[in-house]
Design a protein around this ligand. Structure first.
Ligand code: CP
Ligand code: NVA
Length: 272
């Protein structure tokens, strides 16, 4: 396989995990920084997708606008993996669900509480939970709740798995029966202009020892990283005995390899 990684935004984990996974599967990875592509000089995504699809076997794309990944997938005629968009971060959710499954042995009926911004990571977790029968509560401040289209889709998917999905404002009310507490940054890539306002608006939505104390005994903590200690999580919790964050991050590599094998098998692409 020759895999392209088209990235419009920075990445430490997703990029490296996918590049290493491609190499470990004896394939080759090519990093395509968007600033070096002709898209930076207004070539369309449609034309770019058609050309890349002719050269590559598979594409992993990290983009600002979710429509970009949809267009890449529509015109490239090869598998396109969303490596994060403004709307979803599905490879993160696959890694997270795998990490939980590895520890607990199942996902069905577990309670995951997400505290913070109803962003791409939260959205993909909602869809992942709904698909796998895990229950999920998202506690997000007003104005920062996951978009209706995602909640609607999650509720629809949940009908066949029995997953309970709810969106609320009060983090204290959301953590009571949580087996897993999850958070992500308050300011995502592309939102830096809103930083000050967001930091104010997210006060009270930090995962800290006091909040963790109110969760179920043995509840664990997850964060997709990068973390900002003192904002969405405290260092004490991130580095504490209930943090699964580091094994979660390590699993980005194994879940990337699993996804690549899956897409290669599905599309008759040799991993080599
Ligand atoms: N969690 C995650 O996607 O990290 P990167 O931004 O470093 O890829
Ligand atoms: N919500 C974050 C996730 C980073 C992995 C962002 O989009 O920046």
């Amino acid at each position: 396989m020759v895999a392209g990684l088209l990235f419009e935004k920075p990445s430490t984990r997703t990029r490296t995990a996918f590049e290493v996974a491609v190499l470990r599967l004896d394939g080759k990875a090519i990093y395509l920084a968007s600033e070096n592509l002709q898209t930076s000089r207004n070539e369309t995504i449609k034309d770019t997708a058609r050309i890349l699809g002719d050269y590559l076997d598979l594409l992993i794309a990290r983009v600002y606008d979710h429509n970009t990944v949809l267009q890449l997938s529509q015109y490239a005629n090869i598998p396109v993996i969303n490596g994060l968009s403004d709307l979803e971060h599905p490879t993160q959710a696959v890694c997270d669900l795998y990490t939980i499954y590895e520890r607990q042995g199942s996902l069905q009926g577990l309670n995951l509480t997400y505290v913070g911004d109803g962003n791409n990571v939260c959205n993909s977790l909602l869809l992942g939970a709904a698909l796998t029968g895990m229950n999920m509560k998202a506690a997000c401040p007003p104005g920062y709740q996951p978009p209706n289209q995602i909640v609607k889709k999650a509720l629809e998917l949940a009908k066949s798995t029995g997953s309970q999905i709810s969106i609320m404002e009060n983090p204290q009310k959301a953590v009571g029966d949580a087996d897993i507490l999850y958070t992500d940054v308050w300011v995502s890539m592309g939102e830096d202009i809103e930083k000050e306002k967001r930091i104010k608006d997210f006060q009270g939505y930090q995962i800290n020892s006091a909040l963790l104390e109110t969760a179920a005994t043995g509840a664990v903590v997850m964060h997709c990283l990068p973390a900002h200690c003192g904002l969405e999580i405290t260092e004490e919790v991130l580095e504490g005995g209930r943090s699964m964050v580091w094994s979660q991050a390590e699993n980005k590599l194994y879940s990337a390899a699993g996804l690549l094998e899956f897409f290669c098998n599905e599309n008759n692409i040799s991993t080599r």
